[in-house]
Design a protein around this ligand. Structure first.
Ligand code: FAD
Length: 440
């Protein structure tokens, strides 16, 4: 195929719903690179839990026009798009798979590259193009790239002394890892043993999801093994919980000292909706589970308040398994400018961008490179509905303007679509150009 005008790096929830929100972009040559085997579900495919958000929020941006008009009539999409309560992640993943299929069809043949990992993005030609460097050594040139690679849990420094027995929360809520985890827990609680201990570090939504999965698995093991003694579970809480309330009046009425943080009207109330701790707070199942844990209503599990995690060293030493549920980081590939490293994938800094998704590298806008909700919501804005709302529209509008402006010159001089290149890091010299077709 010819060189793409726009490359989406990552083909999960964000990439699929963004493209399905902006059919006008698909008049251009758009390609998607996804390292996994499906386009659409992304991280949600492997979560064996219920969503935090209500179903309809995930698909609110879907266009009802053009190639996506029929999606809303698809019953597997409609059961999520119409849900005013949280949905099983399996339903969400299925719906996002349908969205991905519709987008792939609209992209045209050969524009979706599955099993294709992007190792680095090199912004070249005075910022007017991006070399998408693939992990297999090939390079694809595009006028624009949107990073939609999602988030990951990085090893937490405070848990380093216990690294050998630490698992990430995503591994515990994993659908594919569930059978192996069940066997491991069954071995811990073998008859005659004391059941051992598990520590969950963190007490937010991920931690409550972990606790829920552990309790479910304990029940499942008991049904086949009545002698099973479930491990005790200690949930380490570093700061007072936030609980979602529909408004300040309810937050004040239902406040329980010691259980939760009191709401500050200046910082904790969403200016648009009036909801208290709108995003940062525990809600739905996680809220109920946390309140039961705090009340001591969950046999064998308890909440342990601690400042630094090291203050709970005795518990961590004693535990057979430690689960890290301490938040996520953006997971963008390395970014280079003219072959020189500009932002490493593992950067401790959040990947900054402007309101319309333009990437900021060292504080400077790089219009050829965009960032699509890669990082968690910034701390100061996470309870404000205004954050992120309108991003899809602003990003699509800016990309469309760039694509339309480029359309003339690009059509006249299309360089080779793909060049074999040396491994991406550190690409200190320009790559040799060996034209070679790739289906993207
Ligand atoms: C327990 C839990 C519950 C959650 N509940 C909610 C919720 O209710 N509502 C909500 O909005 N969010 C929720 N989240 C957050 C959720 O993970 C993200 O909102 C969502 O997955 C982000 O979508 P995404 O497309 O950015 O990332 P993903 O869905 O992770 O997609 C990123 C895609 O990029 C691909 N990829 C990554 N790196 C590369 C690369 N280098 N090259 C090529 N492909 C690559 C991945 O394979 C993946 O398919 C929850 C998270 C957790 C852990």
């Amino acid at each position: 195929m010819m060189e793409p005008d726009l490359v989406l790096v990552g083909g999960g929830f964000r990439a699929a719903t963004f493209l399905a929100s902006a059919p006008e972009l698909l008049a251009h040559r758009v390609a998607v690179f996804e390292r996994g085997t499906v386009f659409g579900p992304g991280g949600f495919a492997d979560y064996a839990i219920t969503s935090t958000s209500i179903g309809s929020r995930f698909l609110k941006e879907l266009s009802a026009t053009g190639p996506f008009a029929a999606l809303r009539d698809d019953p597997l999409v409609a059961r999520v798009a119409g849900a005013e309560s949280p949905v099983p992640m399996a339903h969400l993943a299925t719906a996002l798979g349908r969205v991905g299929t519709a987008v792939a069809a609209a992209l045209g043949p050969g524009r979706l590259a599955l099993g294709t990992e992007v190792a680095a993005l090199d912004v070249v030609e005075e910022g007017s193009a991006v070399l998408v460097r693939l992990a297999d050594g090939r390079t694809v040139r595009s006028r624009n790239a949107v990073i939609a690679t999602g988030r990951t849990e990085r090893p937490h420094a405070e848990l380093a002394p216990w690294r050998a027995k630490v698992r990430r929360s995503a591994q515990i809520i994993s659908r594919s890892g569930r059978d192996a985890l069940r066997r491991e827990l069954a071995a811990l609680g073998r008859p005659g043993g004391d059941g051992g201990r598990i520590v969950v570090a963190g007490a937010s939504h991920s931690a409550m999801s972990v606790l829920r999965v552990l309790l479910e698995l304990f029940d499942e093991i008991r049904t086949t093994d009545p002698g099973f003694r479930p491990p005790a579970v200690d949930v380490l809480q570093r700061s007072a919980a936030r609980l979602v309330h529909p408004g300040l009046a309810e937050a004040r009425r239902d406040y329980v000292e010691g259980r939760e943080r009191a709401a500050d009207p200046a910082t904790d109330v969403c200016p648009e909706t009036g909801i208290v701790f709108r995003d940062s707070g525990l809600r739905h199942e996680s809220r109920d589970l946390y309140c039961a844990l705090w009340d001591g209503r969950i046999p064998g599990a308890r909440l342990v308040r601690t400042g630094r995690l090291a203050e709970a060293a005795d518990l961590l030493d004693d535990a057979a398994l430690v689960v890290q549920a301490l938040g996520y980081h953006g997971h963008a590939p390395d970014v280079l400018i003219d072959g020189r490293p500009a932002r490493p994938s593992g950067s401790p800094e959040r990947f900054a961008h402007t309101d319309d998704g333009t990437a900021l590298i060292a504080g400077r806008p790089v219009p050829a490179l965009s960032v699509l909700r890669v990082e968690p919501t910034p701390y100061a804005l996470r309870d404000h509905a205004v954050y992120g709302s309108g991003l899809y529209g602003r990003l699509a509008g800016r990309l469309l303007a760039r694509l339309e402006a480029d359309a003339g010159p690009l059509a006249a001089a299309v360089p080779p679509a793909v060049a074999a290149s040396p491994p991406p890091s550190p690409p200190s010299s320009p790559s040799p150009s060996l034209p070679q077709e790739i289906a993207v």
